[in-house]
Design a protein around this ligand. Structure first.
Ligand code: PLP
Length: 501
């Protein structure tokens, strides 16, 4: 059945042009009646939303190849019926009260996409995992986007191969070598849509190359474990001791790869000790395995020099993964992998098939942002702000809740608040009553499900669940709230801990 697209774009009517999908085949009662029916249907079913401005009768007549009067008469009829309104100066519009009828009875039950688990309507949000979104550098980013778009070659807007724009790979190579000590020739870099999409690509490639097991930290994000499992890899938790993740246990796992957060363990916050870093790389060399270094917040180190990226120890056995999700915004979906040479071609192949590199405008904007020094300026300013917040957290808790200890504070946007034994359940219950969203450390333990599957990091442990090796503790995301809400959120946390510990 033929449909007709009216694409009104007459020069004089350019301001009032838009594409309308209208079936105006004449039938026995003529084109005018068909046009009335088509427009009425479009309004009634909601295809034309209330308030939508219609093309001028001249423009639509030209598009449909009918007389202008036919369109004018149809508009007049529909105005008389109440479907449209016509006002001098504002043209013909779909009437506001023309409530769309839902197409089909099932339509009302279509599921809305769920919100992100961190996007919750708490009065005070101290969940870890996000930077202060009110501090996104809008003006500097917009200026970088304008410069990048002006300078970009036309080919940037054609089809793109895998790997990401060379402008961004060059900019990242320079930045990562300078700021994170990564051996990063542009050809080693694959741009991806954040850490998560890079991990997904690598999991697929590793599985296709015969890896069956991947070792993971005993604490981490359930989402990542779930993603690896979905890709057909079995996750095996590494042993845990006083020094954190025991990489000396790698040979016993039988794994072909390991996922680590060496610079700042997520969520416990400790860096992997030098001998444990070396043990991971030695294992990879000896077995042909690969270490995946999740460097998710390496930019935010407060007290000492940043812990350099593990990749510099052996670029052929360590894949370095980074993201702007903590430094700029998790909504940008921009990240990168610096890969061992042997993984490049297979990753390119998988990325070419799935077409997952981020959009070219964002890639070019980030390249310009990094090259122009805007990224460094933003990160340095953010580091100062978060450091002040962290210092305030530590000072306030020392004063008002002396029975808790704060750890994992040398870096990142979150801290671990260790609770006296037997208080965690009460603390979480009171936090919920106070409207304070804060995570429980135990919710990140191996074996706990992924947040994204409906798990709740702020919920108390299941009945009978014993505390894990790290004991009872909260994970406090002090980077999350905007500046003006941070003091209130911190005060709520202090009230809760003062009362229950
Ligand atoms: C441990 C860890 N890795 C990686 C990420 C970043 O993931 P993505 O870049 O996909 O937003 C996060 C953050 O939110 C994280 O907590």
């Amino acid at each position: 059945m033929a449909d007709y697209w009216a694409t009104s774009a007459g020069l004089r009517d350019f301001q009032r042009s838009l594409d309308l999908h209208l079936d105006v085949r004449g039938g026995s009662r003529g084109t005018g009646a068909a046009l009335i029916r088509a427009l009425r249907d479009a309004v009634r079913t909601g295809r034309l939303a209330p308030g939508t401005r219609l093309p001028s009768s001249r423009a639509l007549a030209a598009d449909l190849g009918v007389a202008r009067n036919t369109v004018a008469d149809a508009y007049a009829e529909l105005v008389a019926e109440g479907w449209l309104t016509a006002r001098r100066g504002s043209g013909t519009r779909v009437a506001a009260r023309a409530e769309p009828r839902r197409a089909g009875t099932a339509a009302g039950r279509l599921p809305e996409p769920p919100p992100h688990p961190l996007d919750r309507p708490a009065t005070y949000n101290l969940l870890p995992g996000a930077p202060d979104s009110a501090r996104f550098p809008r003006a500097a980013w917009a200026a970088a986007a304008r410069r990048a778009l002006t300078a970009a070659p036309s080919a940037a807007f054609g089809h793109q191969g895998p790997g990401g724009r060379v402008e961004l790979r060059r900019a990242l190579a320079g930045y990562l070598a300078r700021a994170r000590g990564v051996h990063a020739e542009p050809a080693r870099i694959v741009v991806c849509a954040g850490f998560t999409s890079g991990l997904r690509l690598l999991a697929e490639v590793l599985r296709a190359q015969g890896t069956r097991r991947i070792a993971v930290e005993p604490y981490g994000l359930g989402l990542h474990r779930r993603l690896l499992t979905d890709a057909g890899l079995r996750t095996v938790p590494l042993p845990y001791d006083d020094g954190g993740t025991a990489t000396a246990g790698l040979p016993a796992t039988g794994a072909g790869a390991v996922l680590l957060t060496p610079a700042h363990q997520f969520p416990t916050g400790v860096p992997l000790a030098p001998e444990r870093r070396a043990a991971a790389v030695d294992w990879a060399r000896a077995t042909g395995g690969v270490v995946l270094d999740d460097d998710y917040d390496g930019e935010f180190r407060y007290d000492r020099q940043p812990v350099g990226a593990l990749q510099s120890l052996d670029p052929e056995h360590v894949a370095h993964l980074g993201t702007v999700s903590k430094s700029l915004s998790p909504a940008l979906r921009l990240g990168w992998m610096v890969l061992p040479g042997r993984l490049l071609r297979p990753v390119h192949e998988v990325q070419a098939l799935s077409r997952t590199p981020p959009g070219v405008v964002d890639q070019l904007t980030l390249a310009e942002f990094v090259e122009s020094g805007g990224y460094d300026r933003h990160v340095r300013a953010a580091r100062q702000r978060y450091r002040r917040r962290r210092d305030r957290l530590v000072a306030e808790l020392a004063r008002r809740a002396p029975r808790v200890t704060v750890t994992g504070i040398a870096a990142g946007l979150h801290a671990v608040v260790r609770l006296p034994p037997g208080t965690e359940r009460r603390v979480l219950a009171r936090a919920a009553r106070e409207g304070l969203a804060v995570a429980r450390l135990g919710a990140y333990e191996y074996g706990q499900g992924a947040w994204e599957e409906g798990g709740d990091f702020a919920a108390p442990p299941a009945a009978g669940e014993a505390p894990g090796p790290e004991g009872e503790a909260l994970v406090v995301g002090y980077g999350t709230p905007p500046d003006h809400l941070y003091p209130g959120a911190l005060a709520a946390l202090c009230r809760v801990l003062e009362a229950e510990t």
